[in-house]
Write a protein that binds this ligand. Structure first.
Ligand code: FAD
Ligand code: DHB
Length: 391
């Protein structure tokens, strides 16, 4: 098998890259280790920046997103038993975000590929990427019990944090920057209408909580929990009681309860690999960088990486010039580090470190108070949350 661009991983980064290349007439193939059902069900992100929505629409994956996506003009911050709304359009010159689950983005892109006949192999586990420094890199993978190879002009590792592509960057060229956090999230999906119209990010003496949603009938909620927490220690009643305690405000507000249909613990990490390219191998999305989820940036960064990369491949095909491919890593890393900073800021401002001193808690509250009091401070948050326009 041979293709122009071999794509390792069929998550949002790999699927969208394949779509963007296909629309520009560039040949590609996607190898995904899991089965289709698993990939389409994996509960993950839920917030799309304006630029992400624009890219999905422009590539023909916007029809259901436009029908079912919930456009949000702001978020609510809760702290000190008070609530404060951040209004995005007035602070950012009209930008907003859309609530549309990653599972749905993946379903929409997969359906387009299968209809178009783009080679998208499920249960094709890549074992190694070889020859990135030469002219014909090779992807070795296992499919239907057989060892197979895909030769490519270029390879893109879109295989997430636990994938294999990153390891093909030799250690002497690879620099990694990492931070782990002393807490995780317990994420639950519940069959109950959201108790709020917009997302609520809560700082409380009991730890962080986030109220999000998937549809007018389904809520998505997160609780800060200690690392190593077993979801089995969180029966539904305990989850609801703890959420209600953390979201409590002075005044009228009730958290509606309902059946919980999924429960999982997610560790929190910041991680960046530099450079995002070596020879004919590129990294995109979580394969290159991870953010803690508090700023809702992970999926949006994956989309911006592959948008930059698809343009660079198209430029090469059209003009013969590799200048945009050569600029790929630097172009992406500027945005990546901005998102790393914002995600770190949101995480450390809103969570309670188990070792945290009362002094640090007062600093967090002073920072939140500043955001509530100053349109300049609020605009800084709003601009980052709604995302920078794509360059
Ligand atoms: P992924 O979605 O990880 O896709 C990588 C794909 O590669 C997967 O389908 C995987 O099966 C496949 N793969 C891996 N190894 C191989 C191999 N060897 N061969 C072939 N295929 C392979 N972000 C938010 O903004 N909010 C959230 O609430 C949130 N929750 C998250 C929860 C979890 C558990 C995780 C892991 C991430 C979460 N994120 C969240 C981050 C967001 O979901 C990711 O940033 C986004 O999925 C990145 O997309 P990607 O395509 O780069 O990587
Ligand atoms: C969701 C996840 C996030 O990490 C976030 O900051 C906002 C929303 C979600 O899954 O809906």
């Amino acid at each position: 098998m041979h293709t122009t661009v071999g794509i390792v991983g069929g998550g949002p980064a790999g699927l969208l890259l394949a779509r963007l290349l296909r629309l520009r007439g560039i040949d590609c193939a996607v190898l995904e280790s899991r089965d289709r059902e698993y990939v389409e069900r994996r509960q993950r992100a839920g917030i799309l920046e304006q630029a992400t929505v624009d890219v999905l629409r422009a590539c023909g994956a916007g029809a259901r997103l436009d029908r079912e996506g919930l456009v949000h003009d702001g978020i609510e911050l809760r702290f000190d038993r008070r609530s404060h709304r951040i209004d995005f359009p007035s602070l950012t010159g009209g930008r907003r975000v859309t609530v549309y689950a990653q599972t749905e983005v993946v379903k929409d892109l997969t359906a387009l590929h299968l209809a178009d006949g783009v080679p998208l192999l499920f249960e094709a586990a890549v074992r190694a990427v070889e020859g990135a420094e030469g002219d014909r890199p090779v992807v070795r993978f296992e499919h239907e019990g057989r060892e197979r190879t895909l030769t490519c002009d270029w390879v893109v590792g879109c295989d997430g944090f636990h994938g294999v592509a990153r390891a093909a960057l030799p250690e002497h060229v690879r620099h990694t920057y990492e931070r782990t956090y002393p807490y995780s999230w317990l994420g639950v999906l519940a069959e109950v209408p959201p108790s709020c119209e917009e997302l609520v990010y809560a700082h409380s003496p009991r730890g962080f909580a986030l109220h999000s949603m998937r549809s007018p009938a389904v809520s998505r909620l997160y609780l800060q929990v200690p690392n190593g927490t077993d979801p089995a220690d969180w029966p539904d009643e305990r989850v609801w009681d703890e959420l209600a305690a953390r979201f409590a405000v002075d005044g009228d507000w009730t958290l509606e309860r309902g059946p919980i249909t999924s429960k999982a613990v997610l560790p929190m990490r910041s991680f960046v690999t530099e450079p995002m390219r070596h020879g004919r191998l590129f990294l995109a999305g979580d394969a290159a960088h991870i953010v803690p989820p508090t700023g809702a940036k992970g999926l949006n960064l994956a989309v911006s990486d592959v948008t930059v990369l698809a343009r660079a491949f198209a430029h090469l095909a059209r003009t013969g010039s590799a200048e945009l491919l050569d600029a790929y890593s630097d172009t992406c890393l500027r945005r990546v580090w901005r998102a790393e900073h914002f995600s770190y800021f949101m995480t450390t401002t809103l969570h309670t470190d188990p070792e945290q001193s009362p002094f640090t808690t007062r600093l967090q509250l002073a920072q939140l108070d500043r955001i509530a009091a100053s349109p300049h401070a609020a605009a800084e948050l709003a601009e980052n949350y709604t995302g920078l326009p794509l360059e």
